[in-house]
Write a protein that binds this ligand. Structure first.
Ligand SMILES: Cc1cc2nc3c(=O)[nH]c(=O)nc-3n(C[C@H](O)[C@H](O)[C@H](O)COP(=O)(O)OP(=O)(O)OC[C@H]3O[C@@H](n4cnc5c(N)ncnc54)[C@H](O)[C@@H]3O)c2cc1C
Length: 571
């Protein structure tokens, strides 16, 4: 089997991975040899879909402050965020905005020429820097352009990482199925950054691209790295019905209303001060309550909905600030938001949890770092504020890039080649999974798994339903042993890739449901109807899940509190 060696491997080329790659190039003056892996073409990473903005304090003189951003983030997290991490984040994100300004992001501008910022949920000051409603795309473009100034990297586009291998407790290699050639190889390096994104596709109704299946988390977990706070999934309040496409929070940031079937702006009853711009967990629960109590609109496929009303904003504002939203509504629904309200409901959107990483992005393994949505630093705690995620990707892309550059220059060495393990992995996939002839279709199992998650681990949860979800999961895992990959060829075998992804998803769903059952309280995005209040005495703690080969072992670790004692959240 071919072995290819680099100084460092970047697993994932979204905002976090690209930002780290650029930082390593800068810090090492282009000397480090970087391998960059993505299962899709670089610019098709989910980060290009980010719409609404990136949070940073840019105008202290107009009343914003780092303390206020930190407080909003900590309160938004329902006090589960590690506060030292949050403080580092708010201090660093303004620099990232300025860097991207220099690197070519066309930030939307105010009349006076300064970077425009719009209001976003849970932020008490307009903090979302944006490039209209295509922010992620512009940021990715700028980072990629910058990377091209260096020649010291090799891209593995459409290379699917199947496993993460350690030798003597250190990172030794990634096994890669290179879809265009059908080759299977080992990528070795002195250091690894996992920046493989979120896990949105565990749900059927999601804003995420089909590719976001939590592979990095599942592989890290199997390799012995703990997963932190996986039960916390964010439901965004405005997913387009019935596709789930995101209608950015920028719609409400620009002044959009949410209305029930009586025409009421119902947020008055749930968050009288912040109304539509309360944090996402609160708005999503309010919408579900309206729907469950019969004040929604009947929708297709059982997807009853609420209306997002932009009609009072006027054509000019919508065309200038929300052009993508208008285009998507017209193309997907034949509906023009200038004249008609948009049908929306809560949709699975973000994973607050991930691979445990410290404030420098370091994992439990000496030469592995994690950044972006795959990681849990933990700065979002139980609920992330809008536009804090792209900012987090940039901040920790920069931090981990810097850390890794330092590590490389301190004489880091390669671990022994993980040859035996890699051969095992090749056998598992090409002699096992690909050859076996079973009766089960992987696509069906995947679909049923996602429906299970929609039903049993949604906006509202309870112990009985979560346990039913676990029982059904056991059935799906059993059926998965008998799957048959229909396409037996080596080249561009998307059937095989989706089967490998489904295996990862099955693993993560088990961790998520078990962590959710164990957390007998309601906090942020985790709302239990059978334990409806926050329980700081028992659960002001991060859930840690460890791989055992069987059911995960759960443990807890304390939250870092520096300045802000937990209080009741009111908006
Ligand atoms: C529609 C949408 C809109 C959003 N809008 C905003 C916003 O306005 N503001 C905000 O702050 N946040 C927003 N978010 C959230 C934010 O965009 C994401 O959290 C963030 O972009 C994630 O970036 P990342 O670098 O961690 O991963 P991603 O951009 O998801 O990239 C993951 C990378 O890992 C690679 N990868 C994964 N698995 C494998 C594998 N097995 N083998 C090889 N490669 C693999 C992928 O190919 C990809 O390159 C939005 C999210 C969505 C879905």
């Amino acid at each position: 089997m071919q072995q290819i060696t680099h100084d460092v491997l970047i697993f994932g080329t979204g905002l976090a991975g690209l930002r780290a790659a650029v930082e390593i190039c800068i810090r090492t003056k282009g000397a480090a040899d970087i391998g960059i892996v993505s299962k899709v073409q670089v610019m098709r990473s989910h980060s290009v879909c980010a719409e609404g903005g990136t949070a940073a304090v840019m105008r202290p003189e107009e009343g914003d402050s780092l303390e206020l951003h930190a407080w909003d983030t900590v309160k938004g997290s329902d006090f589960l965020a590690d506060q030292d991490t949050v403080e580092r984040f708010v201090h660093t994100s303004p620099d990232e905005i300025r860097l991207l300004e220099h690197w070519g992001v066309p930030w939307s501008r105010r009349e006076d020429g300064r970077i425009m910022q719009r209001p976003f949920g849970g932020h008490s000051f307009p903090r979302a820097c944006m490039a209209a409603d295509k922010t992620g795309f512009s940021e990715m473009q700028a980072l990629y352009d910058n990377l091209l100034r260096y020649r010291n990297f090799r891209r593995y586009d459409e290379g699917f990482v199947t496993s993460l291998l350690l030798e003597h407790g250190r990172f030794a290699g990634l096994t890669l199925y290179d879809a265009p050639t059908g080759e299977f190889c080992v990528l070795r390096a002195k250091a690894l950054l996992i920046a493989s994104g979120g896990l949105g596709n565990l749900y059927g109704f999601t804003t995420y691209s089909q590719t976001v299946t939590g592979d990095g988390q599942a592989m890290a977990y199997r390799a012995g790295l703990p997963l932190e706070d996986i039960e916390f999934v964010q439901f965004h309040p405005t997913g387009l019905v019935p596709s789930g496409i995101l209608m950015t929070e920028g719609c409400r940031g620009e002044g959009g209303y949410l209305r029930n079937n009586k025409g009421e702006r119902f947020m008055e009853r749930y968050a009288p001060k912040m109304m539509e711009l309360a944090p996402r967990d609160i708005v999503s629960r309010a919408e579900m309550t309206e729907i469950l109590e019969g004040r929604g609109f009947p929708g297709p496929e059982g997807l009853d909905y609420i209306q997002l009303d932009l009609t009072h904003l006027g054509a000019e504002r919508i065309n200038k600030r929300l052009p993508l939203i208008r285009e998507v509504c017209i193309k997907f629904l034949g509906l023009d938001p200038i004249t008609h309200p948009i049908p929306i409901r809560p949709v699975a959107h973000y994973s607050m949890g991930g691979i445990e990483a410290d404030i420098d992005g370091r994992t439990k393994v000496e030469n592995i770092w994690a950044a972006g949505e795959a990681a849990c630093h933990s700065m979002h705690g139980a609920n992330r504020l809008g536009c804090n995620s792209t900012a987090e990707c940039l901040v920790w892309g920069g931090i981990t890039g810097n850390q890794i550059a330092g590590y490389l220059s301190s004489g880091a060495s390669l671990s022994p080649a993980p040859e035996a393990q890699a051969r095992e992995e090749e056998k598992r996939i090409f002699e096992g999974l690909l050859r076996q002839t079973g009766t089960e279709k992987p696509a069906l199992i995947r679909r049923e798994l996602r429906t299970l998650m929609d039903r049993h681990a949604g906006v509202f949860r309870d112990g009985k339903s979560l346990r039913e979800g676990l029982d059904q999961l056991a059935g799906l895992k059993d059926r998965f042993r008998r799957v048959s990959v229909e396409d037996k060829s080596r080249i561009y075998n998307s059937n095989l890739i989706q089967t490998l992804e489904t295996a990862n998803m099955l693993e993560l769903v088990e961790v998520l449901l078990l962590s959710a059952v164990a957390r007998e309280e309601s906090r942020g995005g985790h709302a239990r109807t059978d334990f409806s209040v926050r329980d700081d005495a028992r659960f002001l703690a991060h859930t840690m899940a460890y791989y055992t080969g069987g059911r995960p072992r759960l443990d807890y670790k304390p939250v870092t509190i520096t300045a802000w004692k937990p209080v009741e959240r009111k908006y």
